[in-house]
Design a protein around this ligand. Structure first.
Ligand code: TYM
Length: 331
C-alpha cells in the first residue's frame, strides 16, 4: 500500500489541518509506504513573497516533524525539488478537460469575482496535485473533506490517461477521516476553519500558546440551547463535539453521552484541555526543530532523492507511452 499526501507551506497550520490531515499522515507511516510533500509550487499561484515562501517551507517541515513524521519511516520532501511533478503536470494536461478545471470549487472560491485576473497556476493547480499523487502510483490519499473534488479529478485524469495510453497509472482513492474531516471556524461554524478565509479568533493554530487556545474555545460560538448533541441547527456545538471526539480518539456519541446535561461551558473547557494536551508537545518539539534549518534542509533533500527515484521511473514510462522523446533503450 503506497500512501501520498501534500500540504501547503505556511507557518500557520491550524487544528483542521492537524485533525483532518496531519494525524492521518502520522498513522500512514504504520499502514504502508508513506510519502508526504510540502507543495511549494502550489503556493506560487497566489501573491506571495519569495523569502517568505522558503521560511514557510521550514515552518511546515518543523511542524510536521514535531507532529510525528519520521524521515526514517516515510519519504518527506519539498515538491519543487522533484522536477518530475511539473513535467507530469504538463503531460497530464493533455488528458484533462478545461471544463472540469473550470468547475473546481476551490478555484471558484479562490478566484472569486476576479476570475479573469487570477493566475493560470491557480487554474492548473488540480492538475499539479494529480501529478503529485500519480507520479508515485499511490493508492491512498489521506486528506480532509475539502480535497474530495481534487481527488475525484485525479482519478478521472488517471482513468483517462490509462484508456488513452495504456494502463500505467494507479487510480488512487481518498482517505477522509470519519470524524474531523471538516473542522469548522469557532466563530463562524458554518465556514470551515482556514487561515485564509477564516476568522483569527475562530482559528486554533497548531503553534498557539495554551492561553490562546483556551481563549478561543471559551469564546466559541454555540447557540441559545443547552443540549450537547450534534444537529444541523447546532453547528457550533456539533463542531466542538467533533473536535473533542477526534482529539480523544472517541466517537461523537461517546462525547454526547459524557456531556449529557453538563452544558456548553463544561464542553468548551474539556475541548480546550484536550486540544492543549495534544498540541503542547508538538509546539515544544517544533521550537527545537525550527532553529536548525540545516537539519531541515538535509531531511528534505534526502527525502527528495528517494522521491525522485520513484517518480523518475513513472515519468520514463509515461513519456514513452505518450511518444515524447526517443524510444527508450532497455537493459
Ligand atoms: P492544504 O495545505 O490546504 O491542507 C492540508 C490538509 O488539511 C486538510 N484541511 C482540513 N481538514 C479538516 N478540517 C479543515 N477545516 C481543514 N482545512 C484543511 C486538507 O483537506 C488537506 O488534506 N491542495 C492541497 C495540497 C496538495 C495535496 C496534493 C493533497 C497538493 N498536492 C496531493 C493531497 C495530494 C491543499 O491545499 O491542502
Amino acid at each position: 500500500m503506497r500512501i501520498f499526501s501534500g500540504i501547503q507551506p505556511t507557518g500557520r497550520k491550524h487544528l483542521g489541518n492537524y485533525i483532518g490531515a496531519i494525524t492521518q499522515y502520522v498513522d500512514g507511516q504504520d499502514r504502508g509506504e508513506a510519502i508526504y510533500c510540502i507543495v511549494d509550487l502550489h503556493a506560487t499561484g497566489v501573491p506571495y513573497q519569495p523569502a517568505g515562501l522558503r521560511e514557510a517551507v521550514y515552518d511546515t517541515a518543523a511542524t510536521l516533524l514535531a507532529a510525528g513524521l519520521d524521515p526514517e519511516r516515510c519519504i518527506f520532501f519539498r515538491q519543487g525539488d522533484v522536477h518530475e511533478h511539473t513535467e507530469l503536470c504538463w503531460l497530464l494536461c493533455s488528458v484533462t478537460a478545461w471544463g472540469d478545471l473550470n468547475r473546481m470549487h476551490q478555484f471558484k472560491e479562490k478566484a472569486g469575482a476576479e476570475r479573469e485576473l487570477v493566475s493560470a497556476s491557480l487554474f492548473f493547480y488540480p492538475v499539479l496535485q494529480a501529478a503529485d499523487v500519480l507520479a508515485y502510483r499511490a493508492h491512498d490519499v489521506p486528506v480532509g473533506d475539502d480535497q474530495r473534488q481534487h481527488v475525484e479529478l485525479m482519478r478521472d485524469i488517471a482513468q483517462r490517461f490509462n484508456a488513452r495510453f495504456g494502463e500505467l497509472l494507479v487510480v488512487p482513492e481518498h482517505r477522509i477521516p470519519e470524524v474531523g474531516a471538516r473542522i469548522m471556524d469557532l466563530q463562524f461554524p458554518e465556514r470551515k476553519m482556514s487561515t485564509t478565509g477564516g476568522s483569527e479568533q475562530g482559528t486554533v493554530l497548531v503553534l498557539d500558546e495554551p492561553a490562546a487556545v483556551s481563549r478561543k474555545f471559551r469564546s466559541a460560538v454555540t447557540d441559545s440551547g443547552t443540549e450537547v448533541r450534534r444537529s444541523p441547527e447546532k453547528p457550533g456545538v456539533s463542531n466542538l463535539i467533533e473536535i473533542l471526539a477526534a482529539v480523544r480518539e472517541a466517537t461523537p456519541e461517546q462525547v454526547e453521552r459524557e456531556f449529557d446535561g453538563s452544558g456548553y461551558g463544561a464542553l468548551k473547557q474539556a475541548v480546550a484541555e484536550a486540544v492543549i494536551a495534544r498540541l503542547t508537545p508538538v509546539r515544544e518539539r517544533y521550537q527545537q526543530l525550527r532553529g536548525d534549518e540545516a537539519l531541515l534542509e538535509r531531511i528534505l533533500a534526502d527525502g527528495a532523492e528517494k522521491a525522485r527515484a520513484i517518480a523518475a521511473g513513472t515519468l520514463a514510462e509515461v513519456r514513452e507511452a505518450m511518444g515524447v522523446g526517443p524510444v527508450r533503450r532497455r537493459g
